[in-house]
Write a protein that binds this ligand. Structure first.
Ligand code: PEP
Length: 250
């Protein structure tokens, strides 16, 4: 049985005090929810302060990116060791905004995924096609390539630290959500790809989240699909009320 994972990606939103207030509100609001995992990924600046609030609770802390080296001359970057030090147990890698705006390539993302796993961080590894790739019937080929290259060199045991987030780029922050059926088709394809790269056990244990304009109004229909195991939420995680409603999907 896979435990659903609902994760909030704050992107470049909220100050330290705002995240701290948010975390206090969220803890209150989802008290007692234990049959699903909850993760918040605020900006780097707020990580250690928010960890003081949620430490020991059922809300986990993640970062939105990291570098694959442990230390050195990488101005502006943070290492997995630094993220662990700040209280993170998870990190988002390969987000489409980093792939497309910051031009991160599959091989670069692969180095980070490997380093995250080595550092005992859960990697929320994001994949997803552009609108023109979907319209050109390339969606599956693109996602397959991202998975093959992004997870290259990982062992079956390493896969225990991996969550895949399928986020069609055309659905992120646009208000357009993939239909539950279309999302299910891609999630099932992703699981089959994992069977072929690893085996059925790895594929059946893997949590595959959907991301792209998830909101309280569509979470139930998405979560009703057999291969959708959770959500990576951007815009709708920024208010405690809407994120709580998503977390408590039925
Ligand atoms: C995201 O940031 O990963 C995301 C899916 O954003 P949104 O929910 O706003 O589409």
């Amino acid at each position: 049985m896979r435990k659903p994972l609902i994760a909030g990606n704050f992107k470049m939103h909220k100050t330290i005090n705002e995240v701290v207030d948010y975390a206090k509100g969220l803890m209150n609001s989802v008290q007692g929810v234990s049959d699903r995992d909850i993760l918040i990924c605020p900006p780097f600046t707020a990580l250690s302060e928010v960890f003081k609030i949620i430490e020991g609770s059922h809300i986990a802390l993640g970062a939105q990116n990291m570098h694959y080296e442990s230390k050195g001359a990488f101005t502006g970057e943070l290492s997995s060791e630094m993220l662990r030090d700040a209280g993170c147990d998870s990190v988002i890698l390969g987000h489409s905004e980093r792939r497309h705006i910051l031009k991160e390539e599959d091989s670069f993302i692969n180095l980070k995924v490997k380093k995250a796993v080595e550092s005992n961080l859960r990697a929320i590894f994001c994949v997803g096609e552009l609108l023109e790739e979907r319209e050109g019937e390339m969606a599956e080929a693109v996602v397959k390539r991202q998975i093959e290259l992004g997870l290259k060199g990982l062992s079956e045991t390493d896969m225990e630290k991996i969550v895949i987030a399928y986020e069609p780029v055309w659905a992120i922050g646009t208000g357009k959500t993939a239909s539950p059926d279309d999302a299910q088709t891609m999630h099932s394809f992703i699981r089959k790809t994992i069977v072929s790269l690893f085996n059925t056990n790895v594929a059946e244990s893997l949590v595959i989240q959907y991301g792209g304009s998830v909101k309280p109004a569509n979470i139930n229909d998405l979560m009703a699909m057999p291969d959708i195991d959770g959500a990576l939420v951007g815009g709708a995680c920024l208010e405690v009320d809407s994120f709580s409603k998503i977390i408590t999907f039925t």
